[in-house]
Design a protein. Structure first.
Lengths: 374, 235
C-alpha cells in the first residue's frame, strides 16, 4: 500500500527536519530536565537507600533526613526491647562547620555511628576503612568534598567545630541533596562537638529479625516511643523526597519546565503539520474526489504525526543518553530510567497526535470541488 | 437507453451567496452513453464545472435526478456519494492534480488503494493502466520529471484505474500544446471506443469537437444546443 503520508513527509525534507528537530528538542528538554530532577532527588535519599535499616526512628515531624532534630539517645534501649527487633543503634546526622587550610569555613554533613559496618554506611569506601574511625579523632571524607573544600589526602588533618580530625580514608557518592559533602565519624566524637548532641541522638536505626512483621514492630515502636515518628525505609525516603519537591517549589518548577517542553513540541508539530496540511489542501481535495474520506486524510496526518513522534523521540533520547556522561563530568547527575523513558515516549506520541488534531479540523471542511479550481 | 452510463434529468443547482440565491443550473437534462465522447462547451460562468461536479458526485443537485452506471444517486449522504465515486467515476483535471511526492506508478496505485484494491493486485493494475496510456517506461518518475502531456496521461491512467464506466475530464487539454493535446484527445476517443466507457469532456477548446460523438453547449445554466458532430454544434 502506498503511504502518501510518509512520501509527503520525506518529500518536503526541510519541513520534516524541522518537525523532527522540534520533537527531539522537546523530548531532550523533558528527559534531561526531569533526569536532573530525579538525579537530585536521588541524592535526597541516598543514605536512606544504602543504610541497611528496615525502620527509622526520628524526632517528631522531622522533614527530611538532612534536617535532623535531636531526642534522648536512651530511646534506642526501648527500641531494642521490642520483639522482632534484631538490632537498633543511634545515628547522628548534623550540619557542622569545617575549617579549610586556607582559613575559610565550609559546611559539612556529619554522619556518626558506633558501628558503621553493621549498617552498610558508608557504602563505597575508596581509601581506608570505617573501623579506623575508632582510632581517636578520625574522619572519612567523601571525594565530592574536593569540589567544595579543595583537594585532600588521607593522613591530612581538618578542623571541625574547633576539633582537629585526621582524614583516615575517603568515600564516594556520599553527598546530600544540597550537595553538602558527608563526613563520617565516630558517634562519641560527634557528641563531643556539639552541646546539644550530648546524651542525644537524631535517629535510631532498626533492623528487623528475619520473619518479623514490619507493621507489627512499627506499631509497637510507636506505642513505646510516643514522642517519635517510626517510619519504614520507603516511607522515610518518600517523606524526604516530598519535602524537597513540595516545600522548595522544585516540583512546581520542574512541572513548568516539562509543561514548556511539551508546549514547544506541540506548537512546532502543530504548526508544521498545519502548514503542511494547508499547502497540500488540493491534494487532500483530490483524495476526496477520487473516493477518499475524511478518515483517509486523518490517517495521513496521524501517520505523519506518529512518524515525527517516533523519530523525534529517538533523536531526543539519543541526545539525552549521550549528554548524560558529559553532564556527569560537570557533576550533574541525570537519572534516566527505562520506565521514565517509556512514559516520555508515550507522551510524545500523544503530544504529536494532539498537535495533528489542529489539522484535522482544517481538512474536515475541504470541499472536494476545489479540485476543479485552477 | 440501455447504453447510458451517465444521465441527469432536470437538474438544478442553487447556491446561497449571502442574501442572494444564485441559480447556476436551471434544469439540465442530458446523458452520456457507453462508448461515446460528449464535449460540453460553454463560456466561463455558464455552469459547466458545476454540472461536472454533480455528475462526478462531488456536489449534490438542488433538484433533479442523477443516474451513474445504472445507480440512481439520490440526495444521498456523503458516504454513498463517495462509494459511487470509487466504483463508477474516473476524474481527469485541468491541473492534473497528481501527488507530487508519488511516482507515476504510485499515483495510480494510491488511487486504487483508496478504492479498496491493495497490495500486488493494485500494483499490477497500476502497471496495466500506465502501459495502456503509453507510460509504462515512466512508472518510476515523479510528476516533476514528466512533461505536461505525460502528467495528463498519468492522470488519465489514475482515472482509468479500477475500470470505472464513466470518465469525466475538466479542460484536459488546456495546459498542453496543440500536438500533445491532440494525442490526449485521441487517447480519450480510443478509451471510449475500445473499452466502452462514457467520456464527458468539459472544454473551451474547439479541437475537442474532432473526437466528440456529440457536442453539447451550455450557457447561463441551460443547454443551448446539441449536435452529433462539430458542424452541427457550431451551427
Amino acid at each position: 500500500m502506498v503511504s502518501l503520508a510518509r512520501k509527503n513527509l520525506f518529500h518536503d525534507r526541510l519541513r520534516f527536519v524541522i518537525t523532527v528537530a522540534g520533537v527531539a528538542f522537546a523530548v531532550t528538554l523533558v528527559l534531561v530536565q526531569v533526569g536532573l530532577f530525579m538525579g537530585l532527588l536521588d541524592k535526597s535519599t541516598v543514605t536512606i537507600r544504602h543504610a541497611s535499616a528496615d525502620l527509622w526512628i526520628t524526632s517528631r515531624n522531622t522533614p527530611n533526613v538532612d534536617f535532623a532534630r535531636t531526642f534522648p539517645e536512651t530511646a534506642v534501649l526501648r527500641a531494642r526491647s521490642v520483639p522482632g527487633v534484631v538490632r537498633a543503634d543511634n545515628l547522628i546526622v548534623a550540619f557542622m562547620n569545617l575549617q579549610l587550610p586556607n582559613g575559610a569555613a565550609e559546611g559539612t554533613l556529619v554522619y556518626a555511628l558506633e558501628d558503621f559496618g553493621a549498617w552498610n554506611l558508608p557504602w563505597t569506601v575508596t581509601h581506608g576503612s570505617p573501623q579506623d574511625l575508632k582510632r581517636g579523632y578520625a574522619i572519612l571524607m567523601d571525594r565530592s568534598a574536593e569540589r567544595r573544600y579543595g583537594p585532600f589526602a588521607v593522613g591530612e588533618q581538618r578542623e571541625i567545630l574547633g576539633r582537629r580530625f585526621r582524614i583516615v580514608g575517603a568515600t564516594a557518592e556520599a553527598a546530600s541533596f544540597t550537595t553538602t559533602p558527608i563526613v563520617f565519624m565516630d558517634y562519641r566524637n560527634a557528641q563531643e562537638l556539639q552541646e546539644q548532641l550530648r546524651g542525644n541522638t537524631t535517629y535510631v536505626l532498626v533492623k528487623l529479625a528475619p520473619g518479623a512483621d514490619a507493621a507489627t514492630v512499627q506499631s509497637e515502636l510507636r506505642r513505646r516511643l510516643p514522642y517519635n515518628d517510626v517510619l519504614t525505609r520507603d516511607e522515610w525516603a518518600r517523606q524526604s523526597r516530598d519535602y524537597w519537591v513540595k516545600s522548595t517549589g522544585l516540583g512546581m518548577s520542574m512541572g513548568v519546565t516539562v509543561f514548556l517542553g511539551i508546549l514547544v513540541g506541540i506548537v512546532i508539530v502543530a504548526q508544521t503539520l498545519y502548514t503542511s496540511a494547508v499547502e497540500h489542501i488540493k491534494e487532500f481535495g483530490t483524495v476526496k474526489a477520487i473516493g477518499g474520506s475524511n478518515l483517509d486524510i486523518y490517517r495521513i496526518l496521524g501517520e505523519q504525526a506518529l512518524v515525527a513522534a517516533v523519530l523525534g523521540f529517538a533523536l531526543g533520547a539519543l541526545f539525552s543518553y549521550v549528554a548524560r556522561p558529559l553532564m556527569a563530568g560537570i557533576h550533574l547527575n541525570v537519572l534516566l530510567s527505562p520506565g521514565f523513558s517509556a512514559v516520555v515516549f508515550v507522551g510524545t506520541l500523544l503530544m504529536c497526535l494532539g498537535a495533528a488534531l489542529f489539522s484535522f479540523r482544517r481538512v474536515a471542511t475541504i470541499d472536494p470541488a476545489l479540485v476543479f479550481r485552477t | 437507453m440501455n447504453n447510458t452510463v451517465l444521465a441527469v434529468t432536470n437538474v438544478t443547482k442553487v447556491f446561497d451567496e449571502g442574501r442572494e440565491r444564485v441559480h447556476v443550473l436551471k434544469g439540465i437534462t442530458m446523458d452520456v452513453a457507453a462508448g461515446e465522447v460528449v464535449a460540453l462547451e460553454g463560456p466561463s460562468g455558464s455552469g459547466k464545472t458545476t454540472l461536472l461536479s454533480i455528475m462526478g458526485c462531488i456536489l449534490t443537485p438542488s433538484s433533479g435526478e442523477l443516474h451513474v452506471a445504472g445507480v440512481h444517486v439520490r440526495r444521498a449522504d456523503e458516504a454513498a456519494l463517495r462509494e459511487v465515486r470509487r466504483r463508477s467515476i474516473g476524474l481527469v483535471f485541468q491541473q492534473y492534480n497528481l501527488f507530487p511526492a508519488l511516482s507515476a506508478l504510485e499515483n495510480v496505485e494510491y488511487s486504487l488503494n483508496v478504492r479498496g484494491t491493495r497490495g500486488r493486485a493494485a500494483q499490477d493494475e497500476a502497471r496495466r493502466v500506465l502501459d495502456r496510456v503509453g507510460l509504462g517506461d515512466r512508472a518510476g518518475f515523479l510528476p516533476r520529471d514528466l512533461s505536461g502531456g505525460q502528467k495528463q496521461r498519468v492522470a488519465i491512467a489514475r482515472a482509468l484505474a479500477g475500470s470505472p464506466p464513466v470518465l469525466l475530464a475538466d479542460e484536459p487539454t488546456a495546459n498542453l500544446d496543440t500536438a500533445v493535446g491532440a494525442q490526449i484527445l485521441d487517447l480519450f476517443q480510443e478509451l471510449a471506443a475500445s473499452e466502452r466507457r462514457g467520456v464527458l469532456v468539459v472544454t473551451h477548446d474547439p479541437k475537442v469537437r474532432r473526437i466528440a460523438s456529440r457536442v453539447v453547449g451550455i450557457r447561463d445554466g441551460l443547454l443551448v444546443g446539441e449536435g452529433t458532430n462539430a458542424e452541427e454544434a457550431a451551427a
